[in-house]
Design a protein around this ligand. Structure first.
Ligand SMILES: [Zn+2]
Length: 120
């Protein structure tokens, strides 16, 4: 099992952005900008979020994890399941894991947390 440490929450930025959107300071097009790759990764590698989309209210909001790191080679910058991350760090590699919320319906997306994953 991967061990996660140094978690950085981006919840405050998320709430602040949504607050500014509701106030009309930013447009929906500006905050709903998930590209095709991100939506596809969320659909195929993500899991359902346990809450509705904060922008469109849709119930197909997804949470997907991306891994980054110099030790990962070509795997850096790819979407991975929890089980895959366990296997990757079990080989001794360290990964930075970004958990991203993505709505396939309106293309809202935001980073939720960044965390370091290692084998122990
Ligand atoms: Zn949405």
């Amino acid at each position: 099992m991967a061990v996660y440490r140094n978690e950085v929450s981006h919840e405050w930025e998320r709430r602040d952005l949504l607050r500014r959107w509701r106030a009309g300071a930013v447009t929906r097009a500006e905050i709903c900008d998930a590209d095709f790759l991100l939506v596809t990764a969320a659909t195929h590698h993500g899991r359902p979020a346990d809450r509705p989309c904060p922008v469109c209210g849709g119930d197909d909001l997804r949470v997907v994890r991306w891994i980054h790191g110099e030790q990962l080679g070509r795997m850096s910058g790819t979407a991975r399941s929890d089980e895959e991350i366990d296997r990757i760090v079990a080989t001794g590699k360290e990964a930075t894991v970004h958990t991203v919320e993505v709505c396939p319906r309106c293309r809202w997306n935001h980073l939720l947390t960044a965390v370091t994953a290692t084998a122990s």
